[in-house]
Ligand binder design. Structure first.
Ligand SMILES: [Cu+2]
Length: 327
């Protein structure tokens, strides 16, 4: 994914309604140009023609009105505005009319500072895929994303936690964007028709790491998707059995710690590097750092940035163990 070229998505027509939205845009654009010029050109022409040095006082006539002219300049713009309305309304309707849930994959999306989480319906064996998608500054790419089969309707049910802020789920290649609001569910849908990887951006300014609040949608062959969906692998590109990540590492990734902390380099992301932190502090300090981050704030950082994580004790212990041992 090339994050330096965020407009690249506009070159592709990867969803069912991309063409619709583009058509509405271009009709809007050209009608606006036409109407703008029909006002501006006569305006400049008359300003020049009737300039002070060119008009004698005795030549000035006061017209009160001109009915045919007034009817013309009312009817033509009105008709053109109705054309704009028609294309705007019909494409809006396609975008905002959700397909039947029975023929769609319904994925729950949670946007929070600064990660995206996806939760799928249970698969045949009752396993629920929960994916955390964060941008990793070190590798310059998004780790994990939303996986969908090509040609499949997908409904996104989106929200944000109550203690968070507004985000927006924006997929340029699909021409779709909708706010993600704490305490409220918003929806959008799409059907991707071209296999590939598409960038997702947060389109609502949400604080320090807003510009890195990326995710991706990976559109794949039906068979590849099904194979992954019925497995317990974290993504279609990771092998469930070979992935011997510890419970701690898994929690570290799923809670989005990696989006704010580097654990294998000294790089400062949003928060301090956690490399070698086990040698610096004891377990009690690390535990408090997770549950009550504002208690001890290292110099150079601010309270209120790292959210408190209300995790079960066992999970906190695993995270602490992971931080103590990570190389
Ligand atoms: Cu955001």
């Amino acid at each position: 994914m090339d994050v330096n070229n965020t407009l690249s998505g506009f070159n592709s027509m990867a969803s069912t309604f991309a063409a619709d939205v583009d058509q509405a845009f271009w009709i809007n654009f050209w009608i606006s140009i036409f109407l703008g010029l029909t006002v501006l050109i006569p305006m400049f022409y008359f300003a020049w023609k009737y300039r002070e040095s060119n008009v004698k006082d005795e030549d000035i006539i006061n017209y009160t009105h001109n009915t045919p002219l007034e009817i013309t300049w009312t009817l033509i713009p009105t008709a053109l505005m109705m054309v704009l309305f028609y294309y705007g309304y019909t494409s809006m309707k396609t975008l905002r009319t959700m397909p039947a849930a029975s023929e769609s994959i319904v994925v729950k999306v949670e946007g929070s500072k600064w990660k995206w989480k996806y939760e799928y319906p249970a698969n045949k064996s009752g396993f629920v895929h929960k994916i955390t998608s964060v941008y990793d500054k070190k590798i310059g790419d998004v780790k994990r994303g939303l996986y969908v089969p090509v040609g499949q309707k997908v409904i996104l049910e989106m929200t944000s936690p109550l203690n968070d802020v507004i985000h927006a789920y924006y997929v340029p290649a699909f021409r779709m964007k909708e706010d993600v609001v704490p305490g409220r569910m918003t929806k959008q849908w799409f059907q991707a028709d071209v296999i590939g990887e598409y960038e997702v951006e947060c389109a609502e300014y949400c604080g320090t790491n807003h510009s890195y609040m990326y995710s991706k949608i990976v559109v794949m062959e039906r068979a590849d998707y099904d194979k992954w969906f019925e497995s317990e692998a974290k993504s279609p590109f990771e092998d469930a059995s070979a992935a011997q990540v510890s419970k701690g590492q898994s929690l570290y990734e799923d809670n989005g710690c990696a989006g704010c902390h580097s654990i294998d380099t000294d790089a400062t992301l949003v928060g301090p590097s956690l490399k070698g932190i086990g040698a610096k502090y004891d377990a009690a300090y690390l535990k408090t750092a997770i549950l009550n981050p504002d208690k001890d704030v290292p110099t150079g950082f601010f309270p209120g940035v790292m959210p408190p994580f209300a995790l079960p004790d066992a999970d906190v212990d695993e995270l602490v163990k992971y931080m103590q041992t990570a190389k």
